[in-house]
Design a protein around this ligand. Structure first.
Ligand code: ADP
Ligand code: MG
Length: 358
């Protein structure tokens, strides 16, 4: 029997920068997906999720997408990509156990994929590096599951390091780990209100980013500085300008944030998180009243260093950087004040910045 583990992740700074070929800072958290499995010495693949109480059997020699049990495709997709890369893989069993909520924006999907890759490595004696693993898992999600995600989730899960942020350059597809000052924790708070994404918004905002880049004569917003954006403002429709202002600002905040972390300035880093949220709210317009309320309450609590919406927005969760010794009281106060103000029950996850897949 072999065991593998891969964690979920949270975005710290760099909102909506990925498809603009920009930069992002994230962290792996101390929750993730554990797989236990062994070789079947045949082409039989046997998968079981303890989380869902479901099981799937499939022939690895004739891999097809699983329609009844969509979750199996995250594992089968990784097997499929390994096969397409000519790696000698075949039948195996895998039992899934997880303490990551599904679909909560903590990237249980990437954790499941990366954990699968780690298990396959062990069972079939492979020797892939972490970047190869992250890229293959992304490809599995893109091609086999059919979700058009970037590299962030898989790279964070693969490269996570205790006490370190992960810096991903989405254009170069390079990853660096940046030491994070001691004495802090992350509080991830799901707002408990339904997603306010009507469907078209995400894509509409994306197109507005591309429009801004094109009108500024840039390949992507990655190549635009704040000064260039201001100089070209007159040529941009208002919404394209606002979206670009957010993305360009986020790229700059990521680089500033790395500088602050290198100097141990965690307070300054927290301020950038507040600035990031303010920019989401005003310029990218991917916040919601509930997320704004969570950030405003957090801002008023002693021991909170920074807070912002994390991930796509339009609902979902905030990430709050907090002083370790006040963690429990901050978490309790945030949830109870939020309930008083909105009537919504937030779900708070108090997390450490943790190691990646193993
Ligand atoms: P997120 O990655 O933010 O959690 P996604 O929608 O991308 O949300 O991925 C969630 C999907 O991943 C689930 O619907 C399920 O198919 C799969 N998944 C994640 N964790 C598990 C698990 N423990 N058991 C089975 N499937 C899982
Ligand atoms: Mg996911």
């Amino acid at each position: 029997m072999q065991t593998s583990y891969a964690p979920g992740r949270v975005e710290l700074l760099g909102n909506h920068t990925d498809y603009n070929e920009g930069v992002v800072l994230s962290a792996a958290i101390d929750r993730g997906v554990t797989l236990t499995g062994e070789l079947t010495h045949s082409s039989r693949v046997s998968l079981r999720s303890s989380t869902l109480g479901e099981a799937v059997e499939i022939d690895s020699a004739a891999l097809v997408r699983c329609k009844e049990n969509e979750w199996a495709n995250y594992l089968l997709g990784v097997l499929d990509v390994f096969k397409k890369n000519g790696l000698p893989v075949g039948g195996f069993t895998a039992q899934i156990q997880s303490d990551l909520p599904l679909g909560a924006g903590l990237s249980s999907s990437a954790a499941l994929e990366v954990s699968t890759a780690m298990l396959l490595q062990k069972l079939f004696g492979l020797n892939l590096d972490r970047l190869q693993i992250a890229k293959m898992c992304r490809r599995a999600e893109n091609e086999f599951v059919g979700v058009n995600c970037g590299l962030l989730d898989q790279a964070s899960s693969a490269f996570g390091k205790k006490g370190h942020a992960i810096f991903l350059d989405c254009r170069a597809e390079t990853v660096e780990t940046i030491p994070f000052p001691d004495g802090v924790k992350l509080l991830i708070t799901q707002c408990g209100a339904p997603h306010r994404l009507s469907g078209g918004e995400y894509n509409e905002h994306r197109l507005q980013c591309f429009d801004a880049a094109a009108r500024l004569g840039a390949k992507a917003l990655r190549d635009v500085t704040s000064a260039q954006l201001e100089a070209g403002k007159a040529n941009l429709p208002e919404l394209s300008y606002k979206r670009a202002l957010h993305v360009v600002g986020e790229n700059e905040r990521v680089l500033q944030g790395i500088g602050l972390l290198k100097n141990g300035n965690v307070k300054g880093f927290g301020q950038l998180m507040f600035a990031s949220h303010e920019s989401s709210r005003r310029h990218f317009e991917n916040s919601t009243p509930e997320l704004d309320t969570l950030v405003e309450i957090a801002r008023g609590l002693p021991g909170v260093l920074g807070s912002r919406l994390a991930g796509g927005g339009f609902g979902g969760a905030t990430v709050t950087l907090i002083e370790r010794d006040k963690a429990a009281s901050i978490s309790d106060a945030l949830v109870s004040k939020y309930y008083d103000q909105t009537g919504h029950l937030a779900v708070a996850h108090l997390c450490e910045i943790a190691d990646g897949a193993r």
